[in-house]
Design a protein around this ligand. Structure first.
Ligand code: ATP
Ligand code: MG
Length: 116
């Protein structure tokens, strides 16, 4: 099992959700977060270095069995690109994949791939 965490542009959320649902991925957790990625240039204001502003983003979390990782990642990428389907833009976001040790459905006590 893997936990897929994507940080995306807030206004791309519906498009990402549509893309995931179309790919058969129907379980999701979403939260409002803020952050910044790589700064391409150092910002200086009146001779002082200025730290980058935090930009509101959406964090999308999806826990999947290993065989669904590629489908999920591809659907997120497809939905999260802000301009062209081919190229994408700076700030379109990032996807992190982490090993997921366990998953338990509270209602039934099922564990692992049956519970996910
Ligand atoms: N290494 C990281 N660790 C934690 N959060 C990150 C990291 N990289 C990106 N993020 C989060 O993802 C959001 C989107 O990142 P962003 O797409 O700007 O990444 P980037 O590396 O700067 O790539 P790009 O050059 O396409 O902008 C950031 O605002 C931040 O919240
Ligand atoms: Mg960036």
């Amino acid at each position: 099992m893997k936990l897929i965490t994507a940080i995306i542009r807030s206004y791309q959320l519906d498009q990402v959700r549509e893309s995931l649902i179309a790919a058969g991925i129907t379980r999701i957790t979403v939260s409002r977060v803020s952050g910044h990625g790589a700064q391409k240039r150092e910002e200086v204001y009146r001779g002082k270095k200025v730290i980058p502003s935090l930009i509101p983003k959406m964090r999308v979390e999806i826990a999947v069995n290993d065989e669904f990782v590629d489908t999920t990642v591809n659907a997120i990428i497809e939905g999260a690109k802000s301009v062209s389907e081919v190229e994408g833009e700076i700030g379109d976001g990032k996807i992190f994949i982490t090993p997921l040790e366990e998953c338990i459905r509270i209602r039934t006590g099922e564990k692992g791939s049956n519970a996910i």
